[in-house]
Unconditional design. Sequence first.
Length: 413
Amino acid sequence: MLKSQSLEVERVRKDFPILRRRIHGKRLVYLDNAATTQKPRSVIRSIVDYYSKHNANPHRGVHQLSIEATEAFDSSRKTMMSFINASAFEEIVFTRGATESINLVRFAWGNHRIKKGDLIVLTMMEHHSNIVPWQLLAKETGARIEYVGITPDGSLRYDQFEALMGQAPALLAFTQCSNVLGTINDAAALCAAARQAGATTVVDAAQSVPHMPVDVQKMGCDFLAFSGHKMLGPMGIGVLYARRALLQEMEPFQSGGDMIKEVHLSGARWNDLPYKFEAGTQNVEGAVGLAAAAEYLNSLGMDRVRRHEEELTAYALEQMASVPGITVYGPRESSRRGGVISFNLGDIHPHDLASILDEEGVAIRSGQHCAQPLMELLGLSATTRVSFYVYNSHDDVDALMGALSKARRIFCL
Ligand SMILES: Cc1ncc(COP(=O)(O)O)c(C=O)c1O
């Protein structure tokens, strides 16, 4: 039985109560981590603890509980600041998730900075969350959008990228890791080229921050977005990292309580950073849970998390290579991809395949993965996708392979 060289998976698994669930009488093999991840006991406990002992509205009261809630919220922000090595507390804005983070940039930065005729550069491997906000912005402002294509193995067409950088774009928005192909893009190189071309950069890190060490200062991005629920944290919380200088210049996103310093009948003055971008009562429970998730990942070590996923991906790719009728999308080498593998098996519809796998306790995703333009480019209506995380083992890959064999038998492949 093969074991991870990087993580003690058996010990990790014990931290996740849900992994004891039986599904249709079988051991749960959870391979839908790109959609959302399971929660360790420390995250669940942090939320229970917050509500059991410290809950109040932060920033608003002078009473003890309000002070404790404020401290819990601030300390969670500090944890997230060091998790991605932001240079200042003010650079971490809490949002509902990656989608809201990108929309915040669209409204609070894009609406005021993008003009008619400006060029917005995206890639063909973006999630809808990193396409639709920019399409709406382009429609409103009269900007135009160009997409960097992909090579047959699912890498970015760097020749096209360079040509587009030569057209002095105003904005480059791209994913650091594709949620369909698994491709890891060289975010530091892309940001450096964009900066030289005078473009502002938005990095969709929804599939990277949870899975590999990310250092925003080394990367040199202007904005970076990610979600808590994809990194062992709760749903409904996420982060927008932004360079302080940009946040200072930007207009507010939503408005109301907490994002103001003073309000008069004649107008208002905005609060300090980052609160200027956090209108209304915030998701303190989410921030606390997210910080607990980041601490849990730190205790494993993000280098080891990355190596573990690379090991599992290499193992799965190797096993899949010998399955007749399988087509695997994305780069061949596990070193160039995150722990996400999309594939099709003969002409079995991915939803049918997902149902058969579910009968075996194997939870995977089927469909377009919120990346319809990429699917259209690949000429596909859907794929089946498996995605790994810290609690997945080589046994899980074996269970997946067993379930795929069963599907092949059922469909006489
Ligand atoms: C690459 C990528 N970007 C953005 C998102 C959106 O994340 P959320 O739904 O948590 O806002 C996802 C979610 O699947 C994703 O995979």
